[in-house]
Design a protein around this ligand. Structure first.
Ligand code: F6P
Length: 547
């Protein structure tokens, strides 16, 4: 069944939210906290090892009621059902969207074109398991009989960001294999990686859903040529494996059919780390940990699918984001994990969020008349505090921010962790409370500052506060909680796409640049600059003349 098409701005709840925004836009969170001692109890949720405190938002009970009404009015419940049951919700590509099936239990039954796909998914999972065990145990060796020491993931976009983010996040659980990622078509990237490698002991995992991506094919070719300087053609079979839906193209590239890990067109690239695209994750942390990642995601899926919207973590986060994006006019959201392990979470979710919801045509084929996809950015705390927090605290823009932190550190270093977490709590408190003129003045008085100096400095030292944050406090960073966290954000993206009445699972916007790059490459090769705007022609001529 196709998703319904409802312009959200034409719903009753949207209009009520607009009026409600007028009442609340100047509301002070500080005052709301003071007048309601139960505020945090009302606006927080506990789920498994997760605690979500969303009380530091510019909301009251009516805001949540109206946002929930909006979710109901746009038909979110049915949309979730369609999503999980494999309906063709990626209508512009005529595909189901079933990354959730990849982490389903073996007993689940999920149909695509009348066929239960769960057995195939488990066949591939078993293949990943067997391959991982052979490599990590040393049973599988390279062309000179040496065991593998290094793994190189060659892919880009969803075929790189997910595995790279998860391998970084799960570094604590890693085995002896050194893992590298080559993504950019920039030759300097691949050459920097190659120089660290020994062809005898390196395994290459080529990941490309389509197996037509210029960057991945170019890097794979370059690496194969480099490999063949030390090895023979038949050795390629021992060192190169591929993950793809395009079996014919992979075979044409020369990969042994036994070394192909299939995936399916109903898995979107940016949601594919749960499929064989996660092979590098499995190699890095072992299959059991990879499976735990999947089971954490599956638990979040169950929560999202079954729990009432007012208790539903992804739904609440999505609605809050709509509140700021569409009523307060906030353009971006920051994501600040208080763990260095999650340093690649923001770039990963940039693709997830912005490739999915960066759309301006509605599901009715008409241009939308409201804002859609938010801009996502962020860096781990506390580093980010010393980089861009000034703007969040005292700049002119409203930047709703998610703070993600862990109760327990992985190495058990209490001193460091307590310092880290005191910053974590302090920031959300400071962003909400701010610092009043009176507080600043009383500090000046204590310091004995002259009246003139105090008058001059006072406006700069006042913080208005009232900056919204969500706090996601998780017990510990494990493969399982990581899986749940990623799935949480995936579902947030889904809910927003439904509300904004857009197709979240295609990405036509990246095609135009790809097409133009191909024709410009032709011109660079032939040194013949064709019809371009004067700026592009000028730049191309300069490049050709000076290269
Ligand atoms: O950037 C566009 C895109 O199609 C992404 O959606 C995808 O993750 C990436 O390119 C890589 O594609 P492939 O896995 O087919 O090489």
């Amino acid at each position: 069944m196709a998703l319904n098409t409802i312009n959200p701005t034409e719903t009753v709840s949207w209009n009520k939210l607009q009026l409600h925004y007028k009442e609340l836009q100047k509301a002070s969170m500080h005052e709301m906290f003071q007048s309601d001692t139960l505020r945090t109890e009302k606006f927080s949720l506990k789920w498994n090892d997760f605690l979500l405190d969303y009380s530091k938002n510019i909301i009251n009970q009516e805001t949540i009621t109206l946002l929930l009404e909006l979710a109901n009015e746009v038909g979110l419940k049915n949309a979730i059902k369609d999503y999980f049951e494999g309906a063709i919700i990626n209508q512009t590509e005529n595909r189901a969207v079933l990354h959730t099936a990849l982490r389903a239990k073996e007993s689940a039954i999920i149909y695509v074109d009348g066929k239960n796909v769960v057995p195939e998914i488990y066949d591939v999972k078993n293949k990943i398991k067997a391959f991982t065990n052979e490599v990590t145990s040393g049973k599988r060796t390279g062309f000179t009989g040496k065991t593998f020491t290094d793994v190189v993931n060659i892919g880009i976009g969803g075929s790189d960001l997910g595995p790279a983010m998860a391998v970084e996040a799960l570094q604590f659980y890693k085995n002896h294999l050194n893992v590298h990622f080559v993504s950019n078509v920039d030759g300097d990237h691949v050459n920097e990686i190659i120089k660290k490698l020994n062809p005898e002991t390196t395994l290459f995992v080529i990941v490309s859903k389509t197996f037509t991506t210029q960057e991945t094919l170019t890097n794979s070719e370059t690496i194969r040529k480099w490999f063949l300087r030390s090895a023979k053609q038949e050795d390629v079979a021992k060192h190169f494996v591929a993950v793809s839906t395009n079996i014919a193209k992979v075979t044409e590239f020369g990969i042994n059919p036994d070394n192909i890990f299939p995936m399916w067109d109903w898995v979107g690239g940016r949601f594919s780390l749960w499929s064989a695209v996660g092979l590098t994750i499995s190699l890095a942390v072992g299959f059991e940990n990879f499976d735990e990642l999947l089971s954490g995601a599956n638990e979040m899926d169950e929560h999202f699918k079954t729990v009432d919207f007012d208790q539903n973590v992804p739904v609440i986060l999505a609605l809050l984001s709509v509140w700021y994006n569409n009523f307060f006019g906030a353009e971006s959201e920051a994501l600040i994990p208080y763990t260095q392990y999650l340093q690649k979470l923001a770039p990963y979710l940039q693709q997830g969020t912005m490739e999915s919801n960066g759309k301006s045509v509605g599901r009715d084929g008409k241009p939308v008349n409201y804002q859609t996809g938010t801009i996502i950015w962020g860096e781990p705390g506390t580093n980010s505090q010393h980089a861009f927090f000034q703007l969040i605290h005292q700049g002119t823009k409203l930047i709703p921010t998610d703070f993600i932190g862990y109760v327990k550190p992985l190495y058990g270093d209490k001193d460091h962790h307590d310092k880290l977490m005191s910053n974590f709590f302090a920031q959300t408190e400071a962003l909400m409370q701010g610092k009043s003129k009176e507080q600043v003045q009383s500090e000046f008085d204590k310091q004995g500052l002259s009246a003139d100096k105090a008058k001059f400095l006072l406006p700069y030292k006042v913080f208005t506060g009232n900056k919204p944050t969500n706090t996601i406090l998780i017990q510990k960073l494990t493969p399982k909680t990581l899986g749940s966290l990623i799935a949480l954000y995936e579902h947030k993206i889904f809910v927003q796409g439904i509300i904004w009445n857009i197709f979240s699972f295609d990405q036509w916007g990246v095609e135009l640049g790809k097409q133009l790059a191909n024709s410009i490459l032709e011109e660079i090769n032939t040194k013949e600059v064709k019809n371009h705007d004067s700026s592009t022609a000028f730049l191309l001529n300069h490049f050709l003349k000076n290269k």
